[in-house]
Design a binder for this molecule. Structure first.
Ligand SMILES: Nc1ncnc2c1ncn2[C@@H]1O[C@H](COP(=O)(O)OP(=O)(O)O)[C@@H](O)[C@H]1O
Ligand SMILES: [Mg+2]
Length: 253
């Protein structure tokens, strides 16, 4: 079967520095795939390259079999590849519902009409409420985004991503900055997404990774060190060494 994501020798350099080197990654359709690695391993850089936030230096990216290597981020979104937005991309003064509605309108390219005819488009609001219900935020739909706790704001980002109707969703630390109890509930919502939606997520909490990923790719120094099931990665001495080594460096354990 054609994989949802397939990179071949993907390389991303910042000047002389190789942030991502020769990464060949294959994520089957419907898979829940985690990307892990110590700080600075190149996880975010790989996400940027996949989603078209930065131009790659070498190699190819295929989404659903189609070569998207040179396509813009917007063109990739139209092909079903979406990433969660960084928190500062939310419109903090607008309501939760308006934020999700704008994403739907962007998908439908009706943004200007929306502002002229205000809340006229009932279908948009209805769909926005469906996405919000999915992330359990229906009750907060009319609140301004800035008034929500941080964890709920991160769920708004997921609702916005859903509004693009993705086939492949890339989440870069979706629970970053969120208290542990809440990060679990964020991952539970992600886990509840339709099974045909392919998920690639970056997460540093190993408990969450082992619980929610079906396969794990370990990135170190921009290169794939190993890949396997949670059980295989958990048992891998080299992976343990990378993480314990880091902790020792930081004097934490
Ligand atoms: N725009 C940039 N210019 C130069 N170096 C960068 C840039 N973005 C990231 N880097 C470097 O690339 C490496 C990988 O960073 P990043 O992809 O953010 O790692 P991770 O997400 O795994 O923590 C780091 O050493 C970082 O300093
Ligand atoms: Mg990162």
């Amino acid at each position: 079967m054609t994989p949802a994501i397939e990179t071949s020798d993907l390389t991303l350099r910042y000047g002389n520095f190789t942030a991502v080197g020769d990464v060949s990654l294959r994520v089957p359709t419907g898979s829940r795939h985690a990307l892990i690695g110590p700080n600075g391993a190149g996880k975010t850089s790989l996400v940027h390259a996949l989603t078209g936030n930065v131009a790659t230096t070498a190699g190819t990216i295929r989404i659903g079999g189609e070569d998207v290597t040179t396509l813009s981020q917007a063109a990739r979104v139209r092909r079903g590849l979406t990433r969660t937005f960084q928190i500062n991309q939310l419109f903090r003064g607008l309501t939760v519902l308006e934020n999700v509605s704008l994403a739907i309108l962007e998908r439908e390219r009706k943004t200007r009409i929306f502002w002229r005819s205000a809340a006229a488009d009932r279908a948009v609001a209805e769909e926005a409420r469906e996405h919000l219900a999915f992330v359990h935020l229906a009750a907060l739909a009319d609140r301004p985004v800035h008034s929500l706790p941080y964890g709920s704001q991160r769920l708004v980002e997921i609702a916005i991503a859903l509004a693009t109707k993705p086939r492949v969703l890339v989440l870069d630390e979706p629970a970053a900055g969120v208290p542990a109890a809440q990060s679990e509930s964020i991952f539970e919502r992600i886990h509840a997404l339709p099974r045909d939606l392919t998920l690639l997520f970056v997460e540093h909490d190993m408990g969450l990774v082992f619980r929610f990923a079906e396969r794990i790719t370990v990135l170190v120094g921009g290169r794939i060190m190993t890949e396997g099931t949670p059980a295989e990665i958990q048992a891998d001495e080299r992976v343990r060494e990378v993480y314990l080594g880091r902790r020792r460096q930081h004097g934490a354990a």
